[in-house]
Design a protein around this ligand. Structure first.
Ligand code: GDP
Length: 332
């Protein structure tokens, strides 16, 4: 399909890595207007062959663990090696509270002024699903614009780690040196998503960092023995100091080791294929559910039906079938 002339110029600009074109394309796909959405879809179609070339890294950790400091150190390190780096954020809190945990402008001051870096705060609109959806599309645009490494950052808010792990090649968890003292506080589910764990701020208390490294390593081994199908071997655990730039080179070496091994075995391609299919089904599921909830015939009987089910006067399966019948018979 060919694009209108203005959008063709936009696509060319993105491919040439022009920052203004990239920003404009992102604005287009973040727009809620239907005509903008149609243009953004055509743009994505046109750019898709140019995507897929980046190493996609997901990175999470509680506020204050040092994410932005670490990403800045890593970004500058990679730029020093001739790479170009994009940093995106998934922060569902920004749409709930109106304020973003990740979004303030003073973060990554040195990185943000570099031509080789592109930093985009979290899209503000909507639910986690909506925020993640936009971020996935922005990730593709960044790849089309030739960024070699895309880092998607998130805080542990409302399943955002799962969403970010679901759009990246490897998922990194940053922990504080005292994390090992309170393993209960580490969410097992999040730990199981991790492909790499970094004990950050190791400069503050090297002994505590070493202890945390040992404790988390053995905790991951136990999770592994409980049969996590996602991991062959337990995720490596390393120490770093984003502030001092220590451990950044080793971090990158571990990332590349992980990516290269999975590229060679085909696991990386499989992961991306699975993510692409999950993305499609997510959208279909959300759209169908919102159509269902918005359907007038369904809306009319829904409160009474829910009350019936709560009071155990109608079986949930029977109620669901009746609602679906109403939806389908009024929908064709
Ligand atoms: P984020 O909320 O996870 O993005 O954390 P920030 O990167 O904003 O860091 C929070 C605070 O911790 C800031 O005051 C940083 O200067 C400090 N910090 C970040 N990394 C380190 C580190 O490796 N060592 C030490 N000592 N302080 C750090």
């Amino acid at each position: 399909m060919s694009l209108p002339l203005a959008d063709q110029a936009l696509a060319d600009g993105v491919r040439r890595s022009e920052r203004r074109a990239l920003a404009k394309a992102i604005t287009l796909l973040e727009s809620t207007r239907a005509d903008h959405r149609a243009r953004a879809d055509a743009l994505l179609d046109a750019l898709l062959p140019a995507t897929g070339g980046a190493v996609r890294i997901g990175l999470s950790g509680v506020p204050g663990v040092g994410k932005s400091t670490f990403i800045e150190a890593l970004g500058l390190h990679l730029i020093g090696q001739g790479r170009r780096v994009a940093v995106l954020a998934v922060d569902p809190s920004s749409s709930v509270s109106g304020g973003s945990i990740l979004g303030d402008k003073t973060r990554m001051e040195q990185l943000s002024v570099r031509d080789e870096a592109f930093i985009r705060p979290s899209p503000a609109a909507g639910t986690l699903g909506g925020v993640a959806e936009k971020t996935r599309e922005v990730l593709l645009l960044c790849e089309a614009a030739g960024y070699d490494v895309v880092i998607v950052e998130t805080v542990g808010v409302g399943q955002s780690e799962t969403a970010v792990a679901g759009m990246t090649d490897l998922f990194v968890l940053l922990q504080l040196p005292n994390a090992g003292d309170d393993l209960q506080a580490i969410k097992k589910g999040v730990m199981e998503l991790a492909d790499l764990v970094v004990i950050n701020k190791a400069d503050l208390d090297p002994a505590a960092a070493t202890r945390a490294q040992a404790q988390i390593t053995s905790a991951l081994r136990v999770f592994g023995q409980q049969g996590n199908p996602a991991h062959g071997a337990p995720a490596p655990v390393m120490q770093a100091s984003g502030l001092k730039g220590e451990g950044v080179a080793m971090f990158w070496a571990l990332v590349m080791q992980h990516v290269e091994a999975r590229r060679a075995s085909g696991a990386l391609a499989q992961r991306r294929q699975r993510q692409a299919q999950d993305w499609l089904w997510d959208l279909v599921r959300h759209r169908l559910l919102s159509d269902f909830r918005a359907h007038p015939a369904v809306q009319r009987v829904l409160p009474a039906t829910l009350a019936e089910v709560s009071a155990a006067r109608t079986a949930p399966s029977v109620a669901a079938r009746r609602l679906l019948q109403l939806f389908e018979s009024n929908n064709s």
